[in-house]
Ligand binder design. Structure first.
Ligand code: SAH
Ligand code: DHB
Ligand code: MG
Length: 220
């Protein structure tokens, strides 16, 4: 499919189902002004995260990879009354931008950001025996995904929904030995996910200038 057509389809769906949102637009422009990479989920994927969170009736969400808090805002808006999202971010600068963005969006009181390597934070949450999460969104460094999945499963219960972003990499994962590191990591992760006896899973394609994909899994 040609890239123009993919972008047109993506924009068509967005024009129907994603209302223009000044707070989310400012989230992206502030992240850009602060020098953060523009790698947040697309608006349609944000809406999908929002719907999945609502469908789960989630009140406890865990996000791995905050960036400027764009996906965080979509997830936080979908929480049940009194719900909380815990978001993990390596980079203090990203976390600072995200904090301002979620506060301005009016969801700041529902968002806790932990700064540091996600693997360490996850291990700490497990040691602290925090209550299990209803939905988990994995979207940090791609080589870390296998570990994030294993640790996430220790913070899950049967029925927990686990999502992971960027698993198609514009078709890079079709190559048996992808050149690009993120595609290589995604291909290995996809095979693990498919074989994982603790989960039932699928990947849905995400259209744009490049084609990517997000996995949706439910814990058995
Ligand atoms: N979920 C965001 C995008 C996240 S981009 C959105 O869609 O809006 C990936 C983020 O993961 C970046 O901010 C990066 O700094 C962070 N990251 C990279 N390595 C990490 C690690 N080891 N632990 C935690 N966060 C990490
Ligand atoms: C890229 C996109 C992402 O959504 C992400 O989390 C990391 C990297 C990218 O396109 O490079
Ligand atoms: Mg991503």
């Amino acid at each position: 499919m040609n890239p123009d057509l993919r972008v047109q389809i993506e924009k068509y769906i967005e024009s129907l189902f994603v209302r223009p949102d000044a707070v989310l637009a400012q989230n992206i422009s502030d992240a850009d002004a602060a020098g953060l990479p523009p790698i947040q989920v697309a608006p349609n994927q944000g809406k999908l995260l929002y719907l999945l969170t609502k469908m789960c009736g989630a009140s406890r969400v865990l996000e791995i990879g905050t960036l400027g808090g764009y996906s965080t805002t979509w997830l936080a808006r979908a929480l049940l009354e009194g719900g909380m999202i815990t978001s993990l971010e390596l980079d203090q600068k990203h976390a600072d931008v995200a904090r301002k963005n979620v506060d301005r969006a009016g969801v700041g009181t529902r968002v806790t950001i932990h700064v540091g390597p996600a693997e360490q934070t996850l291990q700490r949450l497990i040691e602290q025996r925090v209550p299990t999460f209803d939905l988990i969104f994995i979207d940090a460094d791609k080589p870390g995904y296998p570990s994030y999945l294993d640790l996430s499963l220790q913070l899950s219960r049967p029925g927990t929904v686990i999502l992971a972003d960027n698993l198609i990499r514009d078709g890079g994962v079709l190559d048996a030995a992808p050149q690009e590191e993120n595609a290589r990591a995604a291909r290995a992760f996809n095979a693990m996910l498919a074989a994982d006896p603790r989960l039932e899973s699928i990947i849905i394609p995400v259209l744009g200038k490049k084609v990517d994909g997000m996995s949706i899994s439910i814990v058995k």
